[in-house]
Design a protein around this ligand. Structure first.
Ligand code: NAD
Length: 453
């Protein structure tokens, strides 16, 4: 079976390398010449653990190919996955389906008889039916099928998520679409992955509903964290106790600086806008979006407040720029919001991140350091914004020694509540600080010795 994938980003590339790993003959297409050039030379243009190794193995075995030529890649394909981006539209809310329909227009003239087009993008209910209608208009005589197969992988563990998913969803309107999609996912069925066959619309909506629900769960615990701070409770303890209840579960209950990334924010906004446009407003989702946007701003305010009344001219090291660890994706990351607020207040911003692209929008004025201690050199504060492994076990003596003032703002609760203070830090964390952080100028620089340790 020949499979072509249109769009070789986080989802398309992972889908392509994993399907070739199963033994399928896969061709990945992208309109970005540089990306295809890199992939053709076994260089992975994104940071995603495990992908580069599989890229090399399957390219060497001649099962995985890369091209910018849509026509050539589509004309002999039995299955064409579409995995192009579906970002927010200009109004910041609706989903922009233009990339999807450009891809549909490009593949339609070349589809062979019996081809199955699988929409992998996250799209509002009714989109796959429109894709089907569009192809039928462009190729009235063509016998083809359209399937909706939303992707649930997470960046940072995408290969594992693709290879061992909780479920595979196949939305289909005909037998051939169902049979072909089932054949593609048979390797997963053999390892007992639930494969759910459903309608196009169920598949599309299940994806949005899942993302919005998880976004809401994160936002819920973030608000509980605020309440903990007012009451002296510890959000980590509260979340642990909640998570022991099997009806709730312990995942997505880590309080932090608000959710970011390329999915939760845009998908929650798109679901809210779409639902409202069809007369079924999703008030919980709308509120989640608003609360999360406010939370990111609030995090920036917290950092500024901790710097005291005169932040201008002070230096802050942001440790972690990506929206989560093990990815290079900075889209809608809370760190970007914090950097922007600090720069606007005249603060000098240094940053350390193992993978964030240094030329990302909003980071042009950041001074990059290649390790956390250099970022913290002579700084007035460090902010732990992403829980990269390398930031989970920092040498606190070395860090404090490097800094001008030992103020640590830990937005991921990486450290035990009382630990940084034992090393002389003024420590601000999430959902467990009882007292206001003192103005750093009031904090004496103590001896470099572990207090009580
Ligand atoms: P991405 O922006 O990383 O990649 C999209 C790729 O498509 C880009 O490389 C772009 O150049 C290419 N492209 C656009 N139009 C094209 C065309 N006409 N022909 C060829 N290539 C074209 O996007 P992504 O993060 O992989 O997301 C893809 C879809 O999957 C979106 O709908 C997204 O919501 C969904 N999704 C993403 C994730 C994630 O974690 N990133 C998870 C689940 C679902």
């Amino acid at each position: 079976m020949k499979i072509t994938i249109i769009g070789t980003g986080y989802v398309g590339l992972v889908t392509g390398v994993c399907l070739s790993e199963f033994g399928f003959d896969v061709t990945c297409v992208d309109k970005d010449d540089a990306k295809i050039e890199a992939l053709s030379n076994n260089v992975c243009p994104i940071y995603e653990p495990g992908v580069e190794q599989m890229l090399r193995t399957n390219s060497a075995a001649q099962r995985l190919h890369f091209t910018t030529d849509v026509g050539e890649a589509t004309s002999d394909a039995d299955v064409v996955f579409i995995a192009v981006g579906t970002p927010s539209a200009e109004n910041g809310a609706d989903v922009d389906l233009s990339h999807l329909f450009v891809a549909v227009n490009e593949i339609a003239p070349n589809l062979k008889r019996g081809a199955v087009v699988i929409v992998k993008c996250t799209v509002v209910a009714g989109t796959a039916a429109k894709v089907r209608k569009k192809i039928a208009e462009l190729r009235p005589d063509l016998d083809f099928s359209v399937v909706s197969n939303p992707e649930f992988l997470r960046e940072g563990s995408a290969v594992d998520d693709f290879m061992r998913p909780d479920r595979v969803v196949i939305g289909t309107h005909d037998e051939r679409g169902r049979d072909v999609a089932e054949h593609v996912y048979r390797p997963l069925k053999l390892q007992s992955t639930p494969i759910r066959i459903t309608s196009l619309e169920d598949a599309e909506l299940a994806k949005y509903a899942s993302n919005a629900f998880l976004a809401m769960k994160v936002t819920f615990i973030n608000e509980i964290a605020d309440l903990c701070e007012k009451t002296g409770a510890n959000v980590m303890e509260v979340a642990d106790i909640m998570g022991l209840d099997e009806r709730i579960g312990d995942r997505f209950l880590r309080a932090g600086p608000g959710f970011g990334g390329s999915c939760f924010p845009k998908d929650s906004r798109a679901l809210a806008a779409f639902a409202s446009s069809v007369g079924a407003p999703q008030r919980l989702v709308e509120t989640t979006v608003l609360v999360n946007e406010e939370r990111k701003k609030d995090m920036a305010r917290r950092v500024l407040a901790a710097l005291g009344p005169q932040p201008r001219g002070k230096t802050v090291a942001i440790l972690g720029i990506t929206f989560k660890p093990d990815t290079d994706d900075v889209r809608e990351s809370p760190s970007i919001e914090i950097v922007s607020a600090l720069l606007a207040a005249g603060v000098v911003v240094r940053a350390f991140d193992p993978q964030a692209p240094r030329d990302s929008d909003g980071l042009e004025q950041v001074n990059w350091a290649c390790d956390p201690y250099l970022a913290a050199h002579d700084a007035d504060a460090v902010v732990i914004a992403t829980e990269w492994n390398v930031l989970r076990a920092l040498d606190l003596v070395r860090l404090r020694e490097a800094m001008a003032h030992p103020l640590m703002i830990d937005l991921r609760n990486v450290h035990k509540r009382k630990e940084p203070a034992r090393y002389g830090f003024t420590y601000v964390s999430i959902g467990r600080s009882i007292a206001e952080a003192p103005h750093y100028a009031d904090v004496e620089r103590p001896e470099l010795r572990v207090v009580g340790g």
